[in-house]
Design a protein around this ligand. Sequence first.
Ligand code: GLN
Length: 456
Amino acid sequence: AQHFLGRIQSHGELGAFVSLDADVTLTQARAADEKLSAGGAPALTGVPIAHKDIFVTTHFPTTAGSKILEGYRSPFDATVVRRLAEAGAVTLGKLSCDEFAMGSSNENVAVPAIGLDAATPVRNPWDASRIPGGSSGGSAAAVAARLAPAATGTDTGGSIRQPASFCGITGIKPTYGRASRYGMVAFASSLDQAGPMARSAEDCALLLSAMCGPDLDRDSTSIDRPAEDFSRNLNDSLEGLRIGVPKEFLGDGVAPGVRAAIDAALAEYEKLGARRVAITLPRTELSIPVYYILAPAEASSNLSRFDGVKFGHRAAKYKDLADMYAQTREEGFGDEVKRRIMIGTYVLSHGYYDAYYLQAQKVRRMIADDFQQAFKECDVIAGPAAPTVAWKIGEHGDDPVADYLADIFTLPGSLAGLPGMSLPVGFGEGNMPVGLQLIGNYFGEARLLNAAHRFQ
Ligand code: GLN
């Protein structure tokens, strides 16, 4: 823990951490030392990890990257945080993320990182002029720069897989319902999932085993399946594994350097005994409009709780109650969050609901069905996690749609609730890391981790 706290201090310019408390961390570490010397301690005892600042924590403030939660401290720990602590992990601190996890670049940050005066985008440790990806960009940058051996992230439409890909680390999002959403600041509840981000599939398997498990009393979408040991078949042979490669995932929009790295990785898998199968996910393109209707719709509802009454920030000056709500939200939310609330409110409003929200729900079901069709021909699906490598900070300017389009390969799996991961397989444009995305069928996490581990 001391080693990593030192590295965090000396790499403040990355902007990865938004809250630290060395006393808390070192007290936990000392307690872990005692447990280790007493013997019989659980698997992660003493392992320092850091949490995306979207998980509520009692020992550290929680901002979700937003000014509206400034000064907020939760009276309870998120289930994922509690489960990792019970497995012995020591908390290093909290990591920067896009505000309310809305973003693909970690540029939508409203909270200053430790050691920096103003809120700034997190930097990619491979090239500080580039984004680390988002929304779990602080988590990916911290692991890639070795400021933490591992971190938690959340993935609503790609926020674990895409930053893992951009920073050359490994991350996995489990099947929807595997990890409890209790204590995760809600963005889009039918999509949000927690998962680990680490250096290897082996580390991810250890962490994921601790993080997942039923939490039926606290999360109504938690799945009633016993906790699993995801490390159990890491070393299984890949002989005969059918890897489906959707033709839509290697089309014209994919950067040549990314395509070359993915092709090389697939060739490597063939050497390991796997078979490459051509498949189709015909509604891949529709996942963008579908997601960017449904996620804002759910967000606009979830974010109504930030009204200046119950949590965090409240405007100093206002005329009456309605004005207090309006002023608080005007001051507290950033531009992207306001945009999503407006879109979400619009698509849910009377007269537009059927045309947008309901239609998007129908297409979401068709996208999920397309995957079940595909899984008749293959065991896992593979392709790039993102069409390009990490772009330059500011490159997408004021064009949010440029960010949205870059989510094309992660959104389909999210909409279907499937497990997905990204593992580093090479380098593309600008010598930046490229991640291979593996998507499994429901509850196929152990298979994905096995395939990733054998490659690594
Ligand atoms: N980039 C997507 C968005 O902005 C996904 C974010 C996420 O997975 N949290 O909504």
